[in-house]
Design a binder for this molecule. Sequence first.
Ligand code: HDD
Length: 648
Amino acid sequence: MKSINLIILLSTLLSLCVSDPIDPVKEAIVVDAGTQETTQFGTKINNTDSLQAGERGPTLLQDFFLREKVMHFADKLTNPKIRIPERVVHARGVGAHGYFQTYKNWSSLTAAKFLQDPNTKTPVFVRFSTVLGSKGSPDTVRDVRGFATRFYTQEGLWDLVGNVIAPFFIQDAIKFPDLIHTAKPEPDREVPQGGTSHCTAYDFFSQHTESAHTVMWALSGRGLVKSFRQVEGFGVHTMRLKRLLVDIDFHRNDLYNAIENGDFPEYELGDATKIIPESIIPVQILGKMTLNRNVENFFSETEQVTFHLGHIVRGITFTDDPLLQGRLFSYTDTQVNRMNNANYMQIPINVPHNPVHNNQRDGYSQHRVFKGKVSYFPNKLQDNTPAVVSEKDGGYLEYPEKVQGREQRGKHGKFFDHFSQAQLFYNSITTAEQQQVVDGARFEIGKSTSLGAEPPKDLYPNANKTTVNLSIENYPRPKNIKTKKVAILTAPGIDVKEATAMFNLLGGKGAYVDFVGLKMGDQDGLNITQTYITTASVLYEAVYVPSGTQEAFDKLASDTSAFPYDEPASFIFDTYRHGKPIAASGLGAALLKAARLPSYLFENNFQDQKKHGVIIHEKSLKLGQAFEEAILKQRFWIRLPIDPNASM
Ligand code: HDD
């Protein structure tokens, strides 16, 4: 008895001293390594085979372990009551943990406590997602990306369920089912998976012109993000997040690997309602979020997290935006259906880090054990507790918005301006980015045959206006090449010293460098981690070809039969046409020639090479600095054709 009291006392004391005492996810972590296997009811298992009558006899019904194991597996996979259905939108996602710290005390702006003390680290969980593809679809399709952030504040959960694109396709939640039906795979053939380049999507977009602005964003580079570590997130209705760090490749691995490597992505939280051009109202930066911990288990955390805009804390309230109001209704519905019971907020990833008390009881999978007989209010038996808290003493603060009007369908006239913001966006991005939008539109509309849509009239309301911070290309360049992914192309006979020198130079500055070769493993002392078959140029920010023997280059440049899928020359060519930096030393230039890069690049004009991001030199270390600068610049749009007829 005494020892139990001591434990309670100790844990109470501990919870008083530690700033974030409860992390239900951490508490729920189970380490199976090194343990003995048991059934769900704790009995130790003595054999992995099923129980049968004799060596060749039938299996016995009394085999409780077989019964339990197969039941659990089959239910998980097939029983719709137990298997959690994938989300109807944003099914494919990746999550990470981290924390948020406010830059200063914003009590002049909000009562929210987590925005007051710069020393408080508020735990966060973020789930990035594509919108349209199913759970197993590719990360890399053109799509909007979701950016859902949960803040486990000391006053409850606040979910900021946003996207990486500031505007949204519809102004009213009632149109959401139409929007999603158009963009999801077409119902007759279930194609395409995870993309908008098809008839129904553009049928809708062309008829429903309030989508124009958002379609324009989706057709820009923001619809084809390189990495979740280099996105901006927008709460769309209320808040805005800004990014700080940069980088690389396929989204799940990219985020996971960077966090494992200690290169934690950081995002700043700013405040700006609706899409007010930043040239008119600059974003006020409130604080910074750092993602520093990967999930332990994808299903338990990333799949079971239930974001909802209605998870809100004191100091933050809603507006009368019809899209927001509809979402508030929809997300509760979705989560109840998806999780198949009303107790989903008791799953560790969903539990607030502050105490929860109310009179909600029972239901499937109830994890809590409530003491006493009171589950109602008002009551005398428990002195009217759990008690409500007045606004002044810390209860939720309502915003006393004045509301008036008659019940009606239909919107105010300002909702019908569909093109001025689209035009402002187009005017505010660079020529190369405009070309991207045009190319994207040509591809997508080209895939949408027989629409017969009329071009809208009066397209030029904002013909001469621009605003700031909409161009990705014009963002401040990164200060170093940390986490940039660089490929060094090799074959037996390449100059190991040069290859190693470049590896050490870039790797020493934090870049992620891969030796790409014919076979994995050791090649003349180099550790080849990728082959021409397992990787592709799109996964890298830059490529370097070291010098080597004539023989090595004959092989790299001409023996395409050795590289049936992605031979080195096309690796270089793809890097070139995507505008990314290329470097070669000594005979390495032969591979660039084999890739048919323009001949003027081989005329030893260093300035010209720097301008085009193709750096060639006798010695690798001589080109190191120029190559590093080129990697920092990221893209050399000068190489890409600009269509003079592309203007809108
Ligand atoms: Fe939504 C999920 C973002 C409008 C209905 N939405 C979902 C997620 C994100 C967004 C990021 C994934 C959350 C996660 O990672 O678990 N949604 C948005 C944004 C919108 C928006 C930025 C416009 C401003 N959504 C919207 C409307 C409706 C929904 C208008 C319904 C009327 N959204 C849902 C949903 C989802 C969802 C069906 C699917 C799975 C889920 O909620 O948990 O309820």
